[in-house]
Design a protein around this ligand. Sequence first.
Ligand code: ADP
Ligand code: MG
Length: 396
Amino acid sequence: MRTIDDLDVAGRRVLVRADLNVPLQDGTITDDGRIRASLPTIEALRSRGAKVIVCAHLGRPKGEVKPEFSLAPVAGRLGELLGADVAFQPLDVVGDSARAAVDGLADGGVALLENLRFEPGETSKDDADRGAFADRLAVLAEIYVGDGFGAVHRKHASVYDVPERLPHAAGGLIAAEVEVLKRLTEDVERPYAVALGGSKVSDKLGVIDNLLGKADRILIGGGMVFTFLKAQGHEVGESLLEEDQLDTVREYLRRAEETGVEFVLPVDIVAATAFAADADHGVVAADAIPSDRLGLDIGPESGKLFAARLADARTVFWNGPMGVFEMEPYSHGTRAVAQGLIDSGAFTVVGGGDSAAAVRRLGFDEAAFSHISTGGGASLEYLEGRTLPGLQALED
Ligand code: ADP
Ligand code: MG
């Protein structure tokens, strides 16, 4: 994969596909990690005299111009972090005013295009629709740099079709992410432990399939744990459950036994009467969740158990909070696992937007982890062994 070091960018217009999909609350950015992660590539291109045109998506406006999904707050924050003006045309992605802004860039200048997903062509499944939008993006620039790791698993115009139309290279973020993912898939230092949690159960079950042939231990917490507990015949009350995945999970447990992969499931659960911070809650045995309660975190004994199963690992990948960490009473399992990663001294990788946010929110030093990935879905699909369109497009 070519990187930006291989490009001659002075005086050229460079389109950078970044991942700036930050969480917003009432128009205010609550976590700017993804903007910060995008800075090095933008800064490197600027300092070498490129005219930098950044493009990205925010949320799911579904092909319509919706002001609440405008990248305007991101343009403001990006400008602050760069200490430079960022040209931005609200609600116009590739129209006349956006093109004029790009044309007005001086060497070293930066523009941000409006939310790519305001245009239906960005996410279209139809190659011609996507291609037509890609053409409009490609004419803005002379060179393409792919740096939006969080979107490389999407076959979208700005990720997949534009690099077909322009000389291209990987930005620093994608290059770094790929290097880390290689360490999780090729010549892995063992023991290799994987901790999985979060709420997107069926999304994440897929990765287990592939990990059963790669990891030595798989620790399960978060919302998906209840499908495992149920598969073992336990009551899970009102907890998150995917009935249609029970057979799959039973099959995983059977294969793990066959291949000697260790599944580590929680021994206790924090169960509450409602999905609320102030709901009545308490610790119960994992095989005795009351039928009228829902599990919102792994319990304290499980936190210790998980930390112990991470302690001697040489490689750890963690995706998905162990509980509803956004509410203090259910944040302790996630804290225990984060601390377990740090204490292991292993090569530790945290993947997933919410997992990365949890690390910051719980007050951990990001530098205490070997790598915090900006792309949850993308890193999971890579670990599943799938071909990622956005990486494939940068390869050739
Ligand atoms: P990531 O973004 O790191 O990949 P996910 O998006 O899959 O993680 O999941 C994050 C969400 O999972 C968090 O908002 C958290 O509150 C939720 N979660 C964790 N444990 C549970 C649980 N037991 N029940 C419901 N939601 C949970
Ligand atoms: Mg998430």
